[in-house]
Design a protein around this ligand. Sequence first.
Ligand SMILES: *Cc1c(COP(=O)(O)O)cnc(C)c1O
Length: 388
Amino acid sequence: MGSGETMQQDGGGAEAEQLAGALLTIDLDALAANWRALAARAAEAECAAVVKADAYGIGIEPAVAALARAGCQTFFVAHPGEGVRARAVAPGATVYVLNGLPPGAAGAFVSAGLRPVLGAPAEVDEWCEFAATRGGPLPAAVHIDTGMNRLGLTLAEARVLAARRTEGPFFQIALVMSHLVAAEEADRPINRLQIERFAAVRALFPRVPASLCNSSGLFLPQSPCLDLVRPGYALYGGNPTPGQPNPMRPVIGLAARVIQVREAAAGDTVGYNGRWAARAGCRIATISCGYADGIPRAASGTDGRPAGLGGVALVNGQPCPFAGVISMDLITVDVTDTPPGAVKVGDRVTLIGGPLDLETVAARAGTIGYEILTSLGRRYARRYLGGA
Ligand SMILES: *Cc1c(COP(=O)(O)O)cnc(C)c1O
């Protein structure tokens, strides 16, 4: 955790916010409300929370604390180190590590109280052998691949495991899971195919709780929630139903400080490599935020860029396009069309928030909202709201 965050949490917030180039606001009440909404949608299924990658960039400790208070009891991370951080905040929770069991790591998992999501026969063997040395079964999840071809046992390997399970006493499958390839594209045939394949997997492990859904999976017409759902993105305000209204509450807002307002003569270029030329009467606001803060350079406002690309800042709600190439620490914004005096040094302009939702910001950088979230900069002052 950076010192900026520590200052936030021990009350030095106002000064840290004033000195920082940009202010990231994180609404923990909205996070908790999103979890409750997804839990309600999941009906009888347990609603877990995916908090990998520092809880998609918002901070794993505050996120896990708020989610645990809301009632979440199961967390998924990608790395064991993330699992340790989640456990420290929610000691009673169950924590699964999605990226599996690294060779030789079983002892470390057990002492940290983490459950691996076993994704290959070798990992299953290693976990069983370690459990045997402990003289008792150790809970773990097993990931079965139904179409992603990334992690997970094949269907054939799952059958072998299911047959073997009755023989060895040292393996407790606490969860059998798979992952959807294209849940956010509800009409893709792969969704139905994966649901069918996973039904066959469940039949192999009759009494084991099963899990298939990520955020978008929860919104598929088949609603394949089963026993446990694993949302991530939607918790953080991302739209699980792209192209349709976002059912989730926004969780983050980002506003960067204006550090200069200046004029540029018609025909002058702005920024590195002269990739944007000013028109008559041009005014440029330079803001204290750049690609080193996670604003993708692909959102640069260069002349002749493809339609739909190029970032926007909101100045008192008015959209103003980025002008020229995004620098490491600075972005130049074309504020020519704002009323005189509307932009002053020290003001903050919105980069994420309101109409600039995660999907819009991402599309303008040619990426997805997940990448915007998980790239959120380490230099921001972070203001956590709610969560009490
Ligand atoms: C990241 C991840 C999730 C969460 O996905 P979202 O689309 O963010 O809801 C669920 N399951 C697995 C296996 C994942 O890797």
